[in-house]
Design a protein around this ligand. Sequence first.
Ligand code: SAH
Length: 543
Amino acid sequence: MAQKNSCHKVNITSINSSGFGVCRIDGVVCFVQGAVTGDELEIKIIKSKKNYNIGRIEKIITPSQKRTENDCPVFKKCGGCVYRHVKYEDELEIKETIVRDAFTRIGHFENINLKSIIAPESTLRYRNKAQYPVKNENGRIRAGFFAARTHEIIPCEDCLLQPEIFSDITKEICLFADENKITAYDEKTNKGFLRHIYLRIAEKTGEIMLTLVVTGNNLKKSDELVNRLTEKFPQIKSIVLNINAEKTNVILGEECINLYGNGYITDILCDTKIKISPLSFYQVNRRQAEKLYEKAREYMGDTEGKIVMDLYCGTGTIGLCTAKDADKLIGVEIIEQAVNDAKENAELNSRKNTEFICGDAEKAAEILKEKNVKPDIIVVDPPRKGLTPNLIETINSFGAEKVVYVSCDPATLARDCEIFASYGFCIEEATPVDLFPRTAHVETVVSLVKLPPDDVINIELDLTKLDISINDGKTTYDQIKAYVLKKYGLKVSSLYISQIKRKHGLEVSESYNKSKKDNQHIPQCPKDKEDAITDALKYFKMI
Ligand code: SAH
């Protein structure tokens, strides 16, 4: 095993989804920040664990062809970019592989129709939103970014993902704060006034919104600050105080006080006017969001005369940008301010027959089902944690002709698509879109269609022909797990499945249910899971 502080000569064989190069030392995997596939390196072990090591580059012996010059002074320290040392064409390939692998490994899909990733025109200064935490450094306020996985603030004068004007405005605010002895909030002591400088730009109209996240509503000389900023930066159309006095790492509080302007800015996205307020979600890369929504529109197909349901709708963007000739648009979103924006966005764009509901998507969908609403097309765009099995069940019960799934996390997307597949949906096509160049994130849009009942029967017959009853391989276990999760909302382990299979006299691989140590306690399958697994065994005609 590699000892801490020992040095090794290694070849990087792959790169993981956090942008760390991967190699092996004596069979143990080692992750190296700032390394890329094809690098020959000398590394020093900085963390040595039982199952993995973390290495630091000491010397690049032979650089990989995929390597490029890092152009950011705080790369590796700041938690934003992870691929600044990789040529962008290779980053795109890595992201495509991440999405493909998720579908294979997590979703257990063998062949999916995955299109090439949609790349942006530029990887620089594409963001329209920045939230700079501030700290006190030698009696002066400095703005920066949080370091990866910690809340240490790394000062950063100019981030290459943000518009240059954001740095200029931030510097001016820090100067004003210093001149007026406005203190920076300190997470450890829960003392201080200014927590975050939060900026948003509506790229198409040029309007800027500044939100100062503070611990109280008494900003010193606020009029002076407003005058100074709006004179120097006339693009600033809105200045808001957001009050967050809690000891929390959530950035924004609930209360907003307008210091200047209307408390919002307006952007134009896919020829649609979109109102953005501090608390509402808005895609951070506007130009790529247009391409994403364009793809979603293509996957939705013809919306004329149809009922479109947009779950996790934010300010209504996807539905309003795509389903322009639909008979009815129903959006569901949990943040009240976003729902109000969605309603106003519908009005701004003279859209009739829209309904925006404030609530949890799962519960709202159930209520809509009870009310006998019959959507033809359902779009979902959940946060990273994805959908719940219950919501997928409700979506299935609507009997819509098309489900379009927009996702910011390939892992939960693949997991959820497997559940959709167990209801007879198939992935017609999937397209990754790079909304976040140089960072670890990738967006994907998937078109799911329900197979006609005939096709479903054919597949079941095919499975019988294949005699899955004697198939003790991984796929069957995964199918059972997916079935149980979908139908009962229960997660079952391979161990439990093997115990129940054995109970029914089915053959089980020897490795299951055998303890490595003689006296080791083996968990036994609880009754509810046993019943669920038995049902699955019947469903798959294994018993
Ligand atoms: N479709 C929108 C927003 C996508 S982001 C767009 O493209 O702009 C995901 C949205 O889901 C956020 O607006 C978030 O507030 C909302 N959300 C999070 N959890 C939710 C839940 N349980 N029910 C409904 N909406 C939720």
